[in-house]
Design a protein around this ligand. Structure first.
Ligand SMILES: Cc1cc2nc3c(=O)[nH]c(=O)nc-3n(C[C@H](O)[C@H](O)[C@H](O)COP(=O)(O)OP(=O)(O)OC[C@H]3O[C@@H](n4cnc5c(N)ncnc54)[C@H](O)[C@@H]3O)c2cc1C
Length: 404
């Protein structure tokens, strides 16, 4: 069975997927325009679905393949040498998708998951606010019940992909009289609804991967809640767990611009692989990448078997982002001044990645927050005091509460 799957995956990828290094980098994609990239990625995701390689471990009744982590692992191995143009679906499938699968209603699973897998609808994650990042439970976006609907008001920030998303999973405060973790609900919001405004934010690479998003009187149906009313924190914990694993396991990709294969090939092209220092750095990058990808596979397998990773999700996220930063340093050391001013596409992709990679230590919970979690849950160190945990949110006078 698994070997059949491997043969099928190998043949399909060879016929349909762009080889590593042949896909557009961020600058090229931006030059082609968002609509062209969107159309290409939607078509590729649909082809992936039709061929039976989307949602490999998701249940068949929600559009998945109903296979096991063994096939998922085979797919990761076989697709490693390809640049699959599916980046716009990464957040939706790994975060809101997996969360709906775990805590969503039957109707939500049937309505949204197949369309995500077929590439028909793109999703984003709307957690962070100007006054609520690491401490996301301090969020102030509100959802107030009005008959059969909810009315959403507030602002989110750093929302990756909001500019091309159809739906978002948003956290909003539904009962400010409860302590901050208890009065939150998670909703599905239509990003094209009246009252939603998306403004792109430019980052150091010159690109706009994320946005600020404003919600002014946006009306949501009563059944837009993912999980239970005022139990949004539990749904958020589920999504953050999937996010940590997804981001943590991303950094181990050998095929990215800062991956081992890419840097080895570039170093070889410059005739630098005979240098002992370069060899040592590349060897360490290979060893750390391999350790990370094995750890990631283990976590995926265990999660698939129903064993939650707990604080090891934080270990994966932290190790993945540390690996990314290490790879950035290796690239700068190995390629050195060749990077500056080079107009080669490959070198530019490396330069852009070096500038972008520190963001992976912030996205999905900062390195300091992951260290706090590991300190508390693995090392048994004392918890942060959390003096505001038991106080009703509307009585807190800290943070950015507007009313006080
Ligand atoms: C590339 C990228 C993509 C992102 N995409 C999304 C997205 O799609 N959706 C979304 O909702 N958000 C997204 N974010 C936002 C991200 O989740 C937040 O930036 C992150 O949680 C940190 O919050 P903050 O920026 O408000 O920093 P703050 O929470 O203000 O932290 C500032 C500094 O203080 C430190 N700090 C804070 N609290 C503690 C503590 N208790 N102990 C020790 N140190 C602490 C932090 O580590 C950090 O160094 C993205 C961020 C990046 C960089």
């Amino acid at each position: 069975m698994s070997e059949d799957f491997r043969a099928r995956a190998r043949a399909w990828l060879a016929d349909n997927a762009p080889r590593r290094g042949s896909a557009d980098d961020e600058a090229e994609a931006e030059a082609r325009g968002q609509d062209a990239v969107l159309a290409e990625q939607k078509a590729f995701q649909a082809a992936l679905y039709d061929a039976g390689f989307a949602g490999i471990t998701w249940p068949i009744q929600y559009g998945g393949q109903g296979l096991t982590s063994a096939e998922q692992i085979i797919w990761s191995q076989e697709s490693r040498d390809y640049d699959l143009p599916t980046g716009m679906f990464f957040i939706g499938l790994s975060m809101p998708g997996n969360t709906i699968l775990e805590v969503g209603s039957e109707d939500q699973k049937k309505r949204y998951l197949p369309k995500m897998l077929r590439g028909e609808e793109i999703w984003c994650q709307l957690f962070s606010e100007p006054g609520a990042g690491s401490d996301v439970a301090s969020l102030q976006t509100s959802a107030v019940r009005d008959g059969d609907e909810w009315v959403l008001n507030g602002q989110k920030v750093w929302t990756s992909g909001a500019q091309y998303s159809d739906y978002g999973a948003i956290l909003a405060r539904t009962d400010p009289s409860k302590p901050k973790h208890e009065g939150i609900s998670m909703f599905i919001v239509d990003m094209h609804a009246p009252g939603v405004t998306v403004r792109p934010l430019k980052v150091a690479t010159g690109h706009s991967p994320f946005n600020e998003v404003f919600f002014d009187g946006v009306r949501l149906p009563a059944d837009a809640i993912i999980g239970e009313e005022n139990k949004g924190w539990a749904a958020a914990v589920v999504m953050l767990r999937h996010e940590r694993i997804a981001i943590g396991t991303m950094g181990s990709s050998r095929s990215s611009a800062l991956g081992f294969d890419s840097l080895r090939d570039l170093a070889a092209g410059l005739g630098r692989t005979g240098d002992q220092g370069v060899r040592r750095e590349l060897a360490e990058l290979y060893a750390r990448g391999r350790a990370m990808s094995l750890f990631a596979l283990l976590l995926r397998q265990e999660t698939q078997a129903g064993k939650l990773p707990g604080a090891r999700g934080s270990v994966a996220k932290l190790a993945g982002s540390e690996l990314g930063r290490f790879a950035g340093n290796v690239a700068a050391d190995v390629l050195g001044d060749q990077l500056a001013g080079s107009d080669s596409e490959e070198f530019q992709a490396v330069t852009t990645s070096i500038i972008a990679v520190p963001g992976s230590s912030i996205a999905g919970g900062t390195a300091e927050i992951q260290r706090n979690i590991i300190g508390e849950r693995v090392l048994g160190l004392a918890k942060d005091p959390g003096v505001d945990r038991a106080t009703p949110f509307n009585q807190l006078r800290v943070g950015t509460q507007r009313q006080h």
